[in-house]
Design a binder for this molecule. Structure first.
Ligand code: ZZB
Length: 263
């Protein structure tokens, strides 16, 4: 599976982190199949109980991601590795909960600063364990952003400040000239399916499938230099532009293995 890794730069690096990791810009990196949607980012998600490492890349940058994805990055010659055993160089680890609230600068994003929020349904076995949020076109992201906007008790429990979610409205990025309605896909499908929370996993899986199809085959860009062009025609160009500008790198995931389960 070929993903695009989106580099979201940490805008204010805590003093202790600098001491622990040394020189280099720090990026939270999210694996996506939808680089054309990056105009619609409103925040970033991490798994609160997930473990994230700070890994040295060959060019000197520091990427924050799961250990598993860092190992893949070593094999893809992205991450620096110890000479003897091809293991990624981990400078520090943090729980996802320690990353919540961080201010980030994300490529193509309409908001100059976005924040890290918790998402309970992230798999640490997929991508980097970090997810960039596009609530217009990703039902999971819409449901999760709404959870943080609506639920003061969750915010209190997880230390989420209102200013990290409340000001971030859905950014409408695609139009669907051939569809019956021309609304951003994810909010409409979440309303139609009465999805109450991002923990509604089964409904969200069905919604995601629908929205993927719609976005890819009928979407037309509303924003950016390719406005008016079809997603299907410009997806690869937008990806290449991001890579050429140093905001993204290609990232490959080995095919998921069938794992024997016990218990
Ligand atoms: C931005 C984006 C915009 C995404 C969109 C989707 C959509 P797939 O198809 O199952 O491989 N994602 C990435 N890593 C994880 C993870 N570890 N746990 C949970 N979700 C993850 O899913 C790939 C997509 O799932 C990625 O693409 C990412 O969200 C999320 F408009 O990035 B995407 C209809 C979906 N729309």
């Amino acid at each position: 599976q070929e993903y695009t890794l989106i580099k979201m730069k940490v805008k204010e690096v805590p003093e202790e982190w600098v001491e622990a990791v040394g020189e280099g810009s720090i990026f939270l990196v999210a694996a996506t199949l939808r680089p054309e949607t990056m105009y619609g980012q409103t925040n970033c998600f991490v798994l609160p109980e997930g473990e994230y490492g700070f890994f040295r890349m060959r060019g000197g940058d520091i990427f924050v991601c799961s250990q598993r994805s860092a190992l893949n990055m070593c094999y893809q010659d992205l991450a620096a590795s110890s000479a003897d055993d091809k293991q990624p160089v981990c400078l520090m680890t943090k729980a996802g909960s320690d990353l919540v609230g961080l201010p980030l600068e994300a490529p193509l994003c309409q908001y100059p600063t976005i924040h890290v929020l918790p998402m309970f349904t992230i798999s640490m076995q997929k991508g980097t364990g970090i997810v960039t949020s596009v609530p217009a076109e990703a039902p999971d992201d819409y449901a999760c952003l709404m959870d943080w906007k609506k639920r003061a008790n969750w915010r209190e429990q997880y230390g989420v400040k209102e200013e990290w979610c409340a000001p971030f409205d859905v950014v409408d990025i695609l139009s669907f000239p051939d569809a019956e309605d021309d609304l951003p896909s994810a909010p409409a499908i979440c309303a139609a399916m009465k999805i109450e929370s991002h923990r509604d996993k089964d409904k969200l899986a069905a919604a995601k499938k629908d929205v993927y199809q719609k976005g890819f085959y009928s979407g037309v860009m509303k924003v950016g230099p390719y406005a008016g062009e079809k997603v299907i025609d410009v997806k690869a160009k937008i990806k290449q532009d991001l890579i050429d500008e140093g905001h993204a790198v290609p990232y490959f995931e080995p095919e998921a293995k069938v794992v024997a389960r016990s218990g």
